[in-house]
Design a protein around this ligand. Structure first.
Ligand SMILES: [Zn+2]
Length: 374
């Protein structure tokens, strides 16, 4: 088996690690940075704290990022970076914020609208401004991946862009930043991490390093997600979910994702569902589908390593976990029409699908979506 391993992000992990931000800015030689964030961190005072601690080096704040980052927000952020002549970027927030910062840190140097890259009409850049990613959720792993997931709401399209330029330069992972996350966000983001781990593991391009990270992350996520939801200040649960998110990110950035994420993009773009909840809708369903042709027993080994007798038991446990932590297991509340289901099937033809260990036909997809509306 031939494989390649790279992890270029300088990672700093631990409770209270946010306090090393000034030191990391100095390490980059940053003089006039932009802090990319969402409005909630202005409201809770964290932006004020960071700008007071770094009065000269954080020169600009962009807080216009929404959940499911729109390509227009990347344009706004890039324009601001050019206007203020920022020389580095800090991302403080969940996956959407980090993804907006990743895209803007690269696209700002070329002055080409994000839509051009999003539609594949220009080669992705190779240069970017240095980027410090500080996740405030535990799930996307975006702080260590070469992926930025963007949405064109005007056309109902959500898609990941992948290139080495999107690796952050530095990641500061401070589990204490997740203590105030509401239960629902903890549940959605944690489910995303669990899906990243399982999809990296069963991925057709898995290799020994991605397997090691995926095993570790799947175990942690299944063990600590519920506790993180119900005991938000549990130091152990929050730390272990941050670790799960990070290691799942390190796994899937090597392999890509598969069927579960391919379905999550139309679910997110057409129904505006949170990414992790959209992934959670299909992970147990695809576990059952992929288990049917687990010829080499890899999935069974994962199930045993996660503490279950077989893959069906893992799927059952995830279905039950969704109910307990308040994530949807179907779409019955939306009264989807047959036409909308066909649209979901059509929009699921994402390249990630080819990484799935079982070829997924339109009929299988149709059945998966139909099972959510019965
Ligand atoms: Zn994801």
């Amino acid at each position: 088996m031939d494989w390649h391993y790279i992890q270029p992000v300088d990672i700093h992990f631990g409770n209270g690690m946010l306090s090393c931000l000034s030191e990391q800015i100095a390490k980059l030689g940053g003089k006039r940075g932009i802090l990319v964030t969402s409005s909630s961190f202005i409201e809770n005072g964290l932006v004020k704290r960071l700008t007071e601690e770094n009065p000269t080096t954080i020169a600009t704040v962009y807080s216009g990022v929404s959940p499911n980052t729109d390509i227009k927000e990347c344009d706004e952020c890039s324009a601001l970076i050019r206007k203020d002549k920022n020389d580095f970027v800090i991302a403080l927030g969940g996956g959407s914020v980090i993804d907006c910062a990743k895209a803007s840190a690269a696209f700002c140097l070329d002055n080409i609208p994000t839509s051009v890259y999003f539609e594949g009409k220009a080669q992705l850049p190779v240069r970017k401004l240095p980027l410090i990613a500080i996740p405030t959720t535990a799930g996307t792993g975006s702080e260590v991946t070469r992926v930025t997931v963007l949405t064109d709401h005007a056309h109902g399209v959500k898609t990941p862009l992948k290139a080495p330029v999107f690796y952050p330069t530095i990641a500061i992972v401070d589990p204490e930043l997740t203590y105030t996350l509401p239960k629902y966000i903890t549940a959605c983001t944690g489910m995303d991490a669990l899906c990243h781990a399982i999809e990296a593991y069963w991925n057709t391009s898995h290799h020994p390093i991605s397997d090691a990270f995926a095993f570790h992350a799947a175990n942690l996520a299944v063990r600590y997600l519920e506790q993180a939801c119900f005991e938000p200040k549990s130091a152990i649960a929050r730390e272990k979910m941050a670790e799960a998110s990070l290691t799942a990110g390190m796994a899937f950035t090597l392999t890509g994702t598969t069927s579960v994420h391919a379905c999550s993009y139309p679910l997110g773009a057409m129904l505006d569902m949170p990414h992790g909840e959209a992934c959670g809708l299909t992970i147990d369903r695809f576990l059952r589908i992929n288990a049917q042709s687990d010829k080499d027993g890899r999935l069974k080994r994962l199930a045993r390593a996660m503490g279950y007798s077989d893959v069906e038991a893992v799927a059952d446990a995830i279905t039950e976990l969704k109910f307990r932590i308040g994530l949807k297991n179907d779409l019955t509340h939306l009264n989807l029409t047959d036409g909308q289901i066909e649209q979901l099937v059509k929009n699921t033809q994402h390249p990630s699908m080819k990484n799935n260990p079982v070829p997924i036909t339109e009929d299988i997809l149709r059945n998966v979506y139909r099972s959510m509306v019965l």
